[in-house]
Design a protein around this ligand. Structure first.
Ligand code: MSP
Length: 628
């Protein structure tokens, strides 16, 4: 792991700060005599619930006047509540709404896009297997100047261009990455236009929008505004080219008025921002003060029209963020999906767009009287061989090529295990191959060795333990028994996806040591009863590991469970909660589940797997380095 140089950390600083003269007092705030922290918007528009920003003493969170039943409000993600839940043995089974950012269609999908979607898929699958109803949302962000210009360059109409690229993202999501997305949204959908325009009207009626003029700089690549003082050598701080916007009429959102409310919101919702390391960055940013935000453009046309002001299109970030509401039925806040899934349980985003989600988005929602999401988690960026990934450097990583060369499960496992979720990570062919080989060695070999012995010596059936469990047996079994809770803590509370993967592989490694020390192949000659107990312990450990590995390596885990004779309706997480499995299940002759990789780069390190184990000749596969 290493830190990347790619982060435009200050990006949003500028995006949020398009400064204008403030025209009017914040008219909807009815309590001017109170300090700002005690003001509360009280206007209720349409069906949007009205929101109290100043909870009564003793209240621990922003309150909706109309709240859902308590069970719905309990968040597995709220670390304090959840820790208590875990301690008292109750488990949140409420619906879970998880989202990726929606991807710009001006570019082909790359590893960054694949990464977020796979990470969210792992969490979505985990929650489903843990008994929760899940809505997993992804899609494409199709409006804005950047997309318009890309379409122009391609000689296509904007919508033709969007149709094609959006389809590429859709295929990557479903066909190549095998992601269990429930809703793939496009911002060019009619329903989304209606949702954006409705949200606009609500904000306007509540007094949060005014007409002014914007003057300054705009980066099309970042779709972000910058002031003179923020430019670095005439460019955006991200290095992107900027264009001068000469006094363009623009609507503004009164973001400056939300500083106190946002700070209070972060304080009252300590789990709203993750990981912890990013939280302070956002809070300090807000503490420095917010300026009103330009939320419409007149210099191009490709976007949602501002209601009753046709020459303006809605700023692409207000448009894009609204997708999270559209997908669950907004503006119909009484609809079943909205009642079931809003507020979103978890928005997963890259660190470069955290502030859009952590500042702009809750401010819009609070202003509109809609409850903000429960949690926003920012992951890091990938570099390649230590270098920033960019088209001009020519080191872009195509996720489709990666999957074709290494296999989907290996790629998914690599993405999850290689990088501490939330931090930057580095791709290299060597580390990718090592990840594939970890699966093959630590999991594949163990399964193959265990089931071959079972097949040959136990009547082709998962055996009954025929002796009492020894201390070694108990140690391995209790490590396997403890996995579910450990994984729940990592995935649901902190999104520590790498800890989750590590916990599983650690038990597999413990089982490898166990098989070596117990040597069941020798026991078969000296103590057949003991051999059956050892093989039972191994099969049971493998079953638990495979059940819990399903979200990360769905195809391989399902093959493992097939070979272990586990019926498909006994693969949810409650199957590892309910004690040990009955023995006596028939199995087929085992066959290898994972491929081993060797990379011919001349780099010796590439040829050794992470655990330093020998590779089995028969399973070795030679691959060229990924030339992308
Ligand atoms: N359209 C906006 C998001 C709107 S969400 C309401 C957008 N799109 S994007 O296509 O440019 O980026 C989508 C995601 O890809 C971001 O979360 C970004 O962090 C992520 N990545 C882009 N390059 C990346 C890497 N090299 N590594 C990891 N993720 C990176 O922003």
């Amino acid at each position: 792991m290493q830190s990347s140089a790619v982060l435009p950390a200050f990006l949003l600083g500028s995006i949020l700060l398009c400064c204008v003269e403030r025209s009017a007092a914040f008219s909807h705030l009815q309590l001017p005599s109170l300090p700002r922290s005690h003001r509360r918007p009280s206007v209720s528009v349409d069906s949007s619930p009205s929101l109290s920003l100043s909870p009564p003493v003793g209240s621990s969170s922003v309150l909706l006047h109309r709240r859902r039943p308590t069970a719905r409000r309990t968040s597995l993600l709220a670390s304090t509540d959840s820790a208590a839940d875990a301690a008292t043995g109750t488990l949140d089974k409420s619906p879970f709404f998880i989202t990726t950012p929606i991807y710009y269609v001006n570019d082909a999908p790359h590893i960054g896009h694949a990464y977020t979607t796979v990470a969210c898929d792992v969490i979505a699958r985990f929650m489903r297997l843990d008994g929760r109803e899940v809505c997993f949302l992804t899609g494409t962000d199709e409006h804005g100047q950047k997309v318009q210009e890309a379409a122009d360059r391609a000689g296509r109409t904007a919508i033709e261009f969007c149709d094609d690229v959006s389809e590429t993202f859709r295929q990557l999501t479903y066909d190549r990455l095998n992601c269990t997305v429930d809703r793939f949204i496009r911002t060019t959908e009619e329903g989304h236009r209606k949702a954006v325009q409705h949200l606009w009207r609500v904000l306007e009626e509540r007094g949060h929008i005014y007409l002014g003029a914007y003057e300054g700089w705009y980066s099309v690549r970042d779709e972000a505004y910058f002031s003179d003082s923020e430019l670095v050598d005439g460019k955006a701080p991200t290095g992107a080219e900027v264009i001068k916007v000469v006094k363009e009429p623009s609507y503004f959102f009164r973001l400056s008025e939300w500083q106190d409310a946002l700070l209070r919101f972060y304080e009252e919702n300590p789990d709203f921002l993750g990981p912890w390391s990013r939280k302070n960055e956002v809070i300090s940013f807000v503490k420095e003060g917010l300026r009103d935000l330009s939320i419409s453009r007149t210099s191009f046309q490709w976007g949602v029209r501002v209601p009753e002001s046709d020459e303006h299109v809605v700023y692409v970030w207000l448009d894009a963020l609204t997708n999270y509401l559209t997908a669950v039925g907004y503006p119909d806040t009484e609809s079943e999906p909205f009642r079931k899934y809003w507020p979103a349980s978890l928005h997963v985003v890259g660190k470069d767009i955290l502030r859009f989600h952590a500042i702009m988005w809750p401010a819009f929602l609070l202003a509109a009287g809609i409850e903000p999401p429960k949690r926003v988690f920012a992951h890091g960026w990938w570099t390649r061989d230590g270098q920033k990934i960019s088209k001009s450097v020519g080191n872009v990583i195509d996720p489709i090529q990666l999957v074709e060369r290494y296999g989907l499960d290996a790629v998914r496992y690599f993405m999850i295990s290689e990088v501490a979720f939330g931090q930057d990570g580095d791709y290299s062919d060597t580390s990718m191959a090592n990840a594939a080989n970890t699966l093959a060695n630590d999991l594949g070999n163990l399964l193959q060795r265990t089931l071959t012995l079972v097949y040959k010596n136990c009547d082709k059936q998962i055996p009954q333990p025929q002796t009492d469990f020894t201390e070694d047996d108990q140690a391995l079994l209790s490590a396997a028994d403890g996995l579910l809770e450990e994984c729940r803590r990592s995935v649901a509370l902190t999104q520590g996806l790498h800890h989750y993967a590590e916990a599983l592989i650690k038990v597999a490694r413990q089982a490898n040591k166990y098989i070596e020390s117990q040597a069941p192949w020798q026991l078969k000659k000296t103590d057949a009863a003991r051999m059956t107990t050892v093989l039972f312990v191994l099969c049971e450990t493998l079953r638990r590991v495979a059940v819990l590995f399903q979200p990360i390596i769905p195809l391989a885990a399902s093959q493992m469970l097939d070979q272990l004779g586990v019926p498909t309706d006994e693969r949810a997480f409650d199957s590892v909660e309910e004690g040990r499995r009955k023995s006596g299940v028939a199995i087929d002759k085992p066959s290898p589940v994972f491929r081993k990789m060797e990379i011919e780069t001349g780099d010796d390190a590439a040829k050794a797997d992470k655990g330093g184990r020998e590779q089995t000749k028969a399973q070795k596969e030679t691959l060229p380095a990924v030339a992308l």
